[in-house]
Write a protein that binds this ligand. Structure first.
Ligand code: NDP
Length: 398
């Protein structure tokens, strides 16, 4: 990769990773671990385009990178390089974060067809080796698959980026740059989880319980449920968040603070069966049916409960573990009641395209509730991490 001129970016210099690791995990704050970097503008390789970023979105993966947990940006990118030995990657001594972005193409690699300088694009974060034959299949299963801006360098928190041409989607004209740059990662993830045959494949009339329903994934999960004729049941932690879910058209919302903020596991991570039973009773008073699908991303705190709450034959679909990835599951509720646990991760190309079409057709509204400046990125990563007054997506004007 060669460089010309300079740009600003948020990420971390390699030499500062050890400093972050010396801070005890529970004391790490994203804003104190991320740093502003001035660096050369990256130039595209044969299969890439260079994009001038005009809008970006905050995602939780930038928080994980900032606090170097569970893996450091260095080890994530080292794994990417091992899995993509034929691609040219130069160790540049820094890592740029951001997995959602939109902008204008400013340069095109020799091997790129169908995209031109000046095109307005949205970038999806599914990186796959462009020479790999798995392009015909579900790219999420390719050994080369990585999340751009998380497992690869040169993410969207910068003036310019380089991405594979296969990551490009047309920008819907009715969106501003911050909106266009902030929906793809969570919308396409929720799409695969709920509407794809790789996920739960929701059916009309099914009840779908959505954890963290006012968040980035949750706001799109609510809309996708309604679009497919299913019935979303949202779970939130405050009255404000309850009102927000209702404003998205969700009729059934459980505010955990109304029921005493129960702990669903004890301090050792074991099931709190009393809290599980109480919650099930509360749920059955709210909806006159059992739950068919649970939309999971909380992990340790809720995974056991999520499986317990399903009807016989129901499915839990999960893509994350915000509260911890070592979860206790009472397996009796899984096998005796023939339930399924489905792992899901971002989206393959056709799922990302299908999700984008829903935005084009205005069947899905973007949930970019706050638009911030480039300078404010660290402050708002903290707000997301500490769950303080943030709803839907946070868009960034770059
Ligand atoms: P947001 O911060 O936008 O929303 C998360 C919501 O989860 C919050 O609103 C919060 O709601 C709720 N929550 C409940 N318990 C916890 C907890 N212990 N820690 C954090 N949040 C909690 O995040 P996203 O919706 O964008 O992402 C959620 C998770 O999914 C993250 O871990 C992220 O990394 C992962 N993810 C994975 C993807 C994949 O492809 N595998 C793609 C996108 C996201 P409340 O305060 O109301 O409880």
């Amino acid at each position: 990769m060669s460089f010309s001129k300079h740009m600003r970016a948020w990420g971390i210099r390699d030499k500062n990773i050890e400093k972050v690791l010396r801070i005890p995990l529970e004391e790490r704050k994203p804003s104190e671990c991320i740093e502003l970097i001035e660096c050369p503008i990256p130039q595209p390789n044969k299969y890439q385009v260079q994009v001038k970023i005009l809008g970006a979105g905050l995602n939780f993966n930038s928080i994980w990178q900032s606090i170097c947990h569970p893996l450091t940006p260095r080890s994530l990118i080292e794994s990417h390089i091992r899995r993509n030995p034929t691609q040219d990657f130069n160790g540049v001594g820094y890592y740029i974060y951001g997995s959602d972005g939109a902008g204008i193409i400013t340069a095109v690699g020799d091997g790129v067809k169908g995209w031109n300088v000046g095109d307005e694009v949205v970038i999806h974060c599914n990186y796959v080796d462009p020479t790999h034959d798995s392009l015909e299949y579900d790219q999420m299963k390719s050994p080369s698959q990585s999340i751009w801006g998380y497992e690869t360098n040169f993410g969207s928190f910068a003036d310019f980026t380089c991405v594979n041409a296969s990551q490009l989607l047309l920008k819907p004209n009715h969106l501003n740059w911050a909106q266009a740059g902030s929906y793809m990662l969570t919308l396409a993830t929720a799409y695969r989880m709920l509407l794809s045959s790789n996920g739960a494949l929701l059916k009309p009339g099914e009840y779908c319980l959505i954890w963290g329903a006012s968040g980035g994934l949750g706001g799109y999960a609510i809309q996708l449920c309604k679009l497919s004729g299913a019935i979303p049941v949202a779970i939130v932690s405050t009255l404000e968040k309850k009102n927000y879910c209702q404003s998205l058209g969700c009729d059934y919302v459980i505010n955990l603070s109304d029921i005493g903020n129960p702990r669903f596991v004890d301090q050792n991570g074991n099931p709190n069966y009393v809290a599980w039973k109480r919650f099930k009773t509360h749920l059955s008073k709210l909806i006159a049916s059992e739950v068919d699908v649970v939309f999971e991303h909380i992990g340790k705190e809720t995974m056991g409960l999520s499986i317990y709450l399903l009807r016989k034959g129901g499915r839990v679909v999960t893509c994350a573990a915000s509260s911890g990835y070592l979860a206790s599951i009472d397996l009796r509720y899984l096998w005796m009641e023939v339930k399924s646990l489905i792992g899901s991760h971002f989206a393959n190309y056709s799922e990302a395209h299908a999700a984008n079409s829903l935005v084009f057709e205005k069947k899905i509204s973007t949930t970019t509730e706050q638009i911030i400046t480039f300078k404010e990125i660290p402050e708002y990563l903290d707000k997301m991490y500490f769950r303080k007054g943030v709803f839907g997506k946070i868009g960034v004007n770059i």
